[in-house]
Ligand binder design. Structure first.
Ligand code: PEP
Ligand code: MN
Length: 341
């Protein structure tokens, strides 16, 4: 962090800044230029941010240089993180397919989705037992019964399960059943929930808030990391813009920025980003081409009867085709398809 002094700032003005910084436990380096003096601050940036430096006499501006996210930042942690989810791994070195029902509705429906996912090359089964719904009058998920169904699907297919937790009070029970916990777009800034999932030590998929900046997304990941859990998979799932036809705008450039800024794997959810089946496959292919570490897609054997998000669910045949396309494309870009290793 640096403090830029005004052109006419006096030595006393500079000394006052240095004194404040030292009182806060930091150190200051003064660089006297031809027109302006710059004071470089060394120490705890978060503490310096709390100081009223901008209102001191002679101060022009305060510029933050270090990243506000530390534990998840690539500069602080250059080794890329592979996140293990049961026997699977989500990593920058491979391309992962994560698939499953949007919501767990019944054993029959979830098992059909799980089998189709496995056959298509998925290495992780997704499925919501607790659903965050815009309307309180719609299906909210089966809760614990849904977790039991997911466990049955895991037993049958061997796929580890990733499932959403929407309330801090449910973290313990969901963590008992799940291999990985999902934080959905609506809860990205539910800081208490983030800390609770961080404490479980289970891998966490953190979806980007639909109106969150990349920095806010990374700061949310920092809340999980701060509990000592770096097993975080970031998931870009579209952000809200002015265009309703494509539901959300899939921010593939944001996915790349998140990869560059952090050491965490970053996957893309084209199903929730687009809300329409016809857009899921093209966006999944685009995500792979742009370098995503995986995609997560919804599948349902009777999408017309789905209780949640049927319009975006792929049918098993579509998923099989998509899996084959993604495998071929990942070979083409020299990246192993996770289910093949
Ligand atoms: C989901 O993946 O089931 C989900 C609800 O997604 P999002 O939080 O991205 O809307
Ligand atoms: Mn959904």
């Amino acid at each position: 962090m640096v403090v830029v002094m005004k052109a006419g700032a006096t030595k006393e003005d500079v000394d006052r800044v240095v004194q404040k910084v030292k009182e806060a436990g930091g150190d200051a380096h003064i660089v006297v230029g031809e027109f302006k003096t710059i004071v470089g601050l060394v120490g705890d940036t978060e503490r310096f941010m709390e100081l009223p430096l901008t209102s001191l006499p002679g101060v022009e501006s305060v510029v933050r240089i270090g990243k506000p996210y530390k534990l998840v930042s690539r500069s602080a942690h250059p080794t890329l993180t592979d996140v293990k989810v049961g026997p699977a791994s989500v990593s920058r070195r491979t391309f992962s397919l994560i698939a499953g029902p949007c919501a767990v509705e019944s054993l029959e429906q979830s098992m059909a989705a799980a089998m189709a996912s496995k056959a298509a090359g998925a290495t992780i089964l997704r499925g919501g037992a607790y659903k965050p719904r815009t309307s309180p009058y719609t299906f909210q998920g089966l809760g614990i019964e849904g977790l039991e169904i997911l466990a049955e699907c895991r037993k049958e297919t061997g796929l580890p399960i990733l499932t959403e937790v929407v309330d801090a009070r449910d973290v313990e029970i969901v963590a008992q059943w799940a291999d990985a916990l999902q934080i959905g777009t609506r809860n990205m800034q539910n800081f208490q929930l983030l800390a609770e999932v961080g404490k479980t030590g289970k891998p966490v998929m953190l979806k980007r808030g639909f109106a969150a900046t990349i920095e806010e997304w990374l700061m949310a990941a920092e809340y999980i990391a701060r509990e000592g859990n770096l097993d975080i998979i970031l998931c870009e799932r579209g952000i809200r813009t002015f265009e309703p036809w494509t539901r959300n705008t899939l921010d593939l450039a944001g996915m790349v920025v998140a990869q560059n800024e952090s050491h965490l794997p970053v996957v893309v959810d084209p199903s929730h980003a687009k809300g329409k089946r016809s857009l899921v496959e093209p966006m999944a292919r685009a995500a792979l081409a742009a370098g995503a570490d995986g995609v997560m897609v919804d599948v349902h054997h009777h999408p017309d009867e789905a209780l949640v998000d049927g319009a975006q669910a792929l049918e098993p045949n579509d998923l099989t085709r998509l899996g084959a396309e993604l495998a071929a494309l990942s070979h083409a870009v020299g990246r192993p398809f996770a289910s093949e290793i």
